[in-house]
Design a protein. Structure first.
Length: 350
């Protein structure tokens, strides 16, 4: 029988279920601590604040498509090739000038003292004007320094010449080239002389300048250049050669002198000094002898000029056959005559 107010004693404690709860709670705390420590490695601080960027889940702010990615591979530099052997420079080729057939008239002696209206004719197509006379005189007011004693026709001649050059006609300046006694007397060393140093005269009593003399070249080239600058379309060298008549053996020339080479060099220097659009021409007269003779003129040398003015006594057929094949026989050959021929280029000489 139980005693009144008495209960049996079972001991003190929470029981088995309470211990499990505490164990689980402890595990969760430990896992949370580990997670915090782990996450700190992937916390990123930027302009947007702090956030996690776990491996494999990093978000690109500016993704680049594969199409925009260009991978450049550097190619190896090729080894330099050895420099080739230098090739010799080709010799310049002078282009062949093609000119229209010339129909010209030489204006009369003293024409530059006349007005343009008096000097020209209505049927003039082209005009030839003598600017340097056989004795060395200049027919207009030149600004080139001339030899003492040279007659220069001053006054209205230069103005009248410029008016003619502006008339619209094709104009040719004719210079009596290497026959110049005035220059020779002022500069004896620049003339052809005898062995004793005296001036040499040809069969016609003319005195000749030495085409190889630098003083002679400078003077004549300056005159030609002035004519070109004034407006002449063409320069005609009348007597561009060595003499071919008279006692030629009396001329004191250097031994083994190549007259053709001297003339060719002079022609090159003159051509170089003039504008390209100014033609340079030469006369061929009977008193110049046979081509390849004492005058120094050859068919090849004649062929470097733009035109050849041929005197009536020269065999035109033989000349055409001798000239280089690329010479313009139509526009390049002019017959010097006193009347109009039925065909071909001509210059009516006064």
């Amino acid at each position: 029988m139980a005693t009144k107010g008495y209960h049996s004693y079972r001991g003190r404690g929470t029981g088995g279920g309470g211990r499990i709860v505490w164990i689980i709670a402890l595990i969760l705390v430990l896992l949370a601590a580990v997670a915090v420590l782990f996450a700190q490695r992937y916390v990123v601080y930027d302009a947007d604040g702090a956030h996690l960027e776990l491996p494999g889940f990093k978000k690109e702010k500016n993704p680049i498509s594969s199409d925009e990615v260009k991978i450049e591979t550097k190619k190896p530099e090729p080894e330099p090739e050895p420099d080739p052997e230098p090739k010799p420079e080709p010799e310049p080729v002078t282009p062949v000038r093609k000119l229209d057939e010339l129909h010209a008239r030489e204006l009369p002696y003293g024409c530059l003292w006349w007005t343009m209206e008096n000097a020209l004719r209505k049927d003039d197509e082209a005009i030839v004007i003598e600017v340097k006379r056989p004795e060395g005189g200049i027919t207009y007011g030149t600004e080139v320094e001339v030899a003492p004693g040279t007659k220069v026709e001053e006054g209205v001649t230069r103005d009248n010449l410029i008016a003619l050059l502006k008339s619209g006609h094709y104009t040719v300046a004719r210079l009596n080239f290497l026959s110049d006694p005035t220059f020779a007397r002022a500069h004896p060393d620049a003339a052809l002389t005898t062995a004793s140093g005296k001036l040499w005269y040809d069969a016609a009593g003319r005195v000749w300048l030495d085409p190889g003399n630098e003083e002679v070249r400078a003077y004549l080239i300056a005159l030609c250049r002035e004519c070109a600058d004034l407006g002449f379309n063409e320069i005609l060298l009348d007597g561009f050669c060595y003499p071919a008549t008279g006692d030629l053996s009396a001329i004191a020339l250097p031994e083994k002198l190549n007259q053709t080479a001297v003339l060719a060099d002079f022609a090159d220097a003159l051509r170089e000094a003039l504008p390209e659009d100014v033609a340079v021409s030469i006369t061929l007269r009977g008193d110049m002898g046979e081509l390849g003779g004492d005058s120094g003129l050859t068919a090849e040398l004649l062929g470097v000029f733009d035109r050849i003015y041929v005197a009536g006594e020269v065999d035109g057929t033989a000349l055409r056959a001798a000239l280089p094949t690329d010479f313009d026989n139509v526009g390049g050959l002019v017959i010097m005559t006193t009347y109009k021929p039925q065909k071909g280029g001509y210059a009516l000489m006064s």
